[in-house]
Ligand binder design. Sequence first.
Ligand code: HEC
Ligand code: HEC
Length: 207
Amino acid sequence: MSQRINYRFVISSLIATYLLVFSGSLVYAADINKLVKVCTDCHGENGNSKIINSPSIAGMSTEYFAETMQEYKDKTRPAEKLKNKKKTMKDVVKKLSDADMVALGEYYTKQKFIPFKQDFDAGKAKAGKKLHRKYCDKCHTEGGSSAEDDAGILAGQPSGYLKYSLGSLASGKREMGEKMAKKFKKMQKKEGDAAIDKLVHYYASQQ
Ligand code: HEC
Ligand code: HEC
């Protein structure tokens, strides 16, 4: 064997070792189809929920997605257990690497958000629309349907989830940013407890 071939052999085995060590660990995300399969159980096909108490995650911004996943990981956001399910979001994120979360964010941002088909009270929805315009639309634009605000998607979410998420913000169980808290608390003080219910019907009415 000549010196030259030996040299090539050394280089290629170094590359092979490098790939063996790093593939599937921190550098690469796991297979996206496998990752998504886990989410479909609670968030539906392409991130459009079929469960009234579980949110749709299609179409949200990558920023909001990353932030919210990190909050579950840091345990700064509470995580509810759905009926008949064994895991919460905190259990789900434990099994994900940072690269997995990035890949999932990119995947779900590209999916089309489909509003949940559900009943609502037209009178309450109308009152909720007024409240939304007054206290929320500045940051949750286009009636709470725009992903570009980096503040989640409110319009067309399943009503059980809306009740839960607005309720946990109202009770202080889930923290919110300072600026949102100012408006939210102002609304609670001026409009009373019924405001939350009206908002739920308004967001649910957008189909
Ligand atoms: C066992 C059910 C379950 C599984 C599996 C699951 N989730 Fe969730 N997820 C939930 C529930 C319930 C909530 C809302 C409850 C809460 O925050 O307490 C939620 C909330 C979220 C949110 C925040 C939504 C919002 O509007 O703020 C994101 C993002 C999310 N999940 C992503 C994922 C991804 C990605 C996967 C797959 C890797 C996944 N979830 C798997 C049940 C699940
Ligand atoms: C000053 C800007 C601002 C205002 C005003 C505001 N929000 Fe938010 N909101 C945000 C941001 C930013 C987030 C995302 C970060 C977070 O979760 O704290 C958010 C998140 C939320 C979420 C969580 C979304 C989810 O899927 O879990 C809900 C629900 C919500 N806002 C409802 C409201 C309602 C209702 C009002 C009006 C009473 C309101 N917000 C007013 C900025 C605002």
